[in-house]
Design a protein around this ligand. Structure first.
Ligand SMILES: NC(=O)c1ccc[n+]([C@@H]2O[C@H](COP(=O)([O-])OP(=O)(O)OC[C@H]3O[C@@H](n4cnc5c(N)ncnc54)[C@H](OP(=O)(O)O)[C@@H]3O)[C@@H](O)[C@H]2O)c1
Length: 286
């Protein structure tokens, strides 16, 4: 299939470029320098040239705390950008895969079980609201869409570019004697390599719609960091703290587990457990 990936230098973008090329697709990877998703002229110029059957949008404004003080920018990139892409794809009869986030949830606080695609969202941050608006635009404008919600991404590109939680912990674990880590936000961090595998399966189906896609199992940021230190032999004291003790501009969900059974049923792909995925990532980036 002829596929154009927007955000090709990002964590997910880079792993998608590798896994979709390995599956034999013809790829065009667009960097931020080559396309700005908030600019209709830029989208048309880039997509008219690459002429894909499927557009994958991994580009986003991901600065969760900074979004609280610049909501206009977050909404322009995360909501109006996907709207323009959806309009272009619908007008040109192209498919669109758009990536979203578990941060569209949070309003319910602590709850169980994991969220299904049919559960009502309730974002509690500007970032979450802007991403939810982007989802709605894609779903309402472009019928041939896949919207894929995921959580806590880490991929190789985070080592050299915008960073990720794993790389931050590896750095801080070596710099500090003790780290305070939030222990009451329940989620499932996900490797972009595994997410790319799931996406590569999904796009071979005609099962358009909304999907949840994360590693399996559940953890907290504190337990996730402790596991990073255990697996890499980094000796640092960890202090579990409640969310209230960590000053952050944006509120984060206390519980944002995503039920991925719909994706598994449609694609046959079962995500590995988060510990297994983390271990694979750490081995591959050594
Ligand atoms: N990271 C997470 O923990 C996480 C969790 C849940 C969901 N998600 C979602 O997953 C997707 C992929 O995330 P990621 O971690 O791979 O992101 P990433 O590493 O930050 O990559 C995003 C890429 O998009 C580019 N970009 C940013 N703004 C753009 C714009 N206006 N027009 C065109 N390109 C632009 C960036 O380029 P520059 O860096 O050069 O600006 C970057 O290369 C996003 O939709 C994100 O919201 C991420």
């Amino acid at each position: 299939m002829q596929i154009t990936i927007i955000g090709a230098q990002g964590q997910l973008g880079q792993d998608l470029m590798s896994s979709l090329a390995a599956d034999g697709h013809q790829l065009t990877g667009l960097t931020h320098q080559q396309v700005s998703i908030e600019d209709a002229t830029s989208i048309a110029a880039a997509l008219d040239q690459s002429s894909p059957e499927l557009v994958i949008n991994t580009a986003a404004y991901n600065k969760v705390d900074q979004a609280e003080s610049e909501p206009e920018i977050a909404f322009v990139i995360n909501a109006l950008g996907p709207r323009l892409l959806a309009q272009y794809c619908h007008q040109h009869n192209r498919r669109l895969l758009h990536v979203s986030t578990d941060y569209v949830f949070g309003l319910e606080g602590l709850r169980e079980p994991a969220y299904k695609e049919t559960d009502a969202p309730g974002p509690i941050s500007v970032y979450g609201q802007s991403k939810l608006a982007g989802e709605y635009f894609v779903r309402s404008i472009c019928p041939q869409h896949y919207v894929v919600r995921t959580c806590g991404l880490y991929g190789k590109a985070g080592k050299t570019r915008n960073g990720n939680f794993v790389e931050t912990m590896l750095r801080l674990g070596k710099e500090r004697d003790e780290l305070s880590l939030i222990n009451d936000q329940h989620c499932t961090p996900t490797s972009t390599r595994d997410l790319s595998t799931a996406i590569s399966r999904l796009i071979t189906t005609d099962q358009f719609g909304l999907y949840h896609a994360t590693s399996s199992g559940q953890t907290t940021w504190c337990e996730f960091a402790q596991t990073i230190f255990e697996l890499t032999g980094i000796n640092v004291q960890t202090k579990p703290i409640p969310t209230e003790e960590y000053q952050a501009a944006a509120e984060r969900p206390r519980y944002s587990l995503l039920d991925c059974s719909k994706l598994e049923k449609v694609t046959g792909y079962a995500f590995p457990h988060w510990k297994q995925a983390l271990s694979t990532y750490l081995e591959s980036t050594e």
